[in-house]
Design a protein around this ligand. Sequence first.
Ligand code: ZN
Length: 272
Amino acid sequence: MTTGLTAPQLVWYAAGTPAPRWPLEPAAGLCATCGAEVTAGVSHELINSETFSQQGDFFQYGSHVCAACAWFYSDAKQRHRSLIAAGSWLAWPLISHEAAAADPERPSWLAALQHLAGLPPTTPTTGVLTTDPKPRLWPRMRLGTAATPAIYVHALDYDVSRVVRVDLVQLLAVITPITEALNRGFSKRTVWRGLLTDYRRCLAIGRAALDLERTLAPWRPRPEFVPALLIAGRTEETHERSHPGPADRQSQSARAARRRAPETGARQLQLD
Ligand SMILES: [Zn+2]
C-alpha cells in the first residue's frame, strides 16, 4: 500500500485518508508541495489565500497540491505537531513523558520509537520531532524505514533543524546513559554540552560522573544523540506515578546509585 508514496501521503494514508477542508478538482502534473503525481488536487490559490505567508517555497512543483498535503494544510494547529508514521500506524507523540502519561491518545516519543522497534525493519516511516509547534515542518519530511527512520528534528536550543537519519537500535541504546545522567540531576543542556560543565555536580557525584561522561562523549557527534536527548526523561517523573515495570526498576537502581554517590566522594574525582 505504501509503495511510491511521498512522506505526507504515508501519513495521510495512516490517518485513514481524511478529507481536506477544501474541495478537490481535476488536476494534472505534480503536487506542488510533495511532488506526487496527481489527477485531482486542491488549487494552491485556495490554500494560499487563507493561511499563507512567506511559504511560497512549498508551492514549487505545480498549481495544485495532492489530497494528503491539502489535509496537512487544512489544520495548522493539529498538523504542525510532532508526528511519526510507520506503514499504517500513526502517532502524534509528546516529548514530555509526564504529559504522555496523562494523555491516553498520545504516546511519549520514547514509547513511539520503542513501538517502531517491533515493526518489520523495512516498514516505511516518516516523522517530525519538534520542540516548537509553530513552524510548518511537515513539507520537509523524508521517508525512512523502521530500522533507520528519517525524522525532521527541529530543536533550535540544540542547533538542529534538519532531517536526521538515525539507527533506531543506536538511538534506543544511548537513551540509557542519557537517562542515567538525568536521574543524577544533570540538565539536558548539560548532557548536551558535557557533564563537566556542571562541575559542582560532578564533584558531588564523584567517579561515576566521569565514567558517565566518558560513555556519553562519543555519542555527541552522532545523529542519534540530539533526538535521544530530546525524548529521554528522568525515570522517576515518568514511572513512579503509574507504570511500574522495568523502568521503575531502573529508577530504583538510580536512586540506589545516588545513595551510594556520597560514599565515592568528591576526593575521588580525578580529571585524568
Ligand atoms: Zn502532496
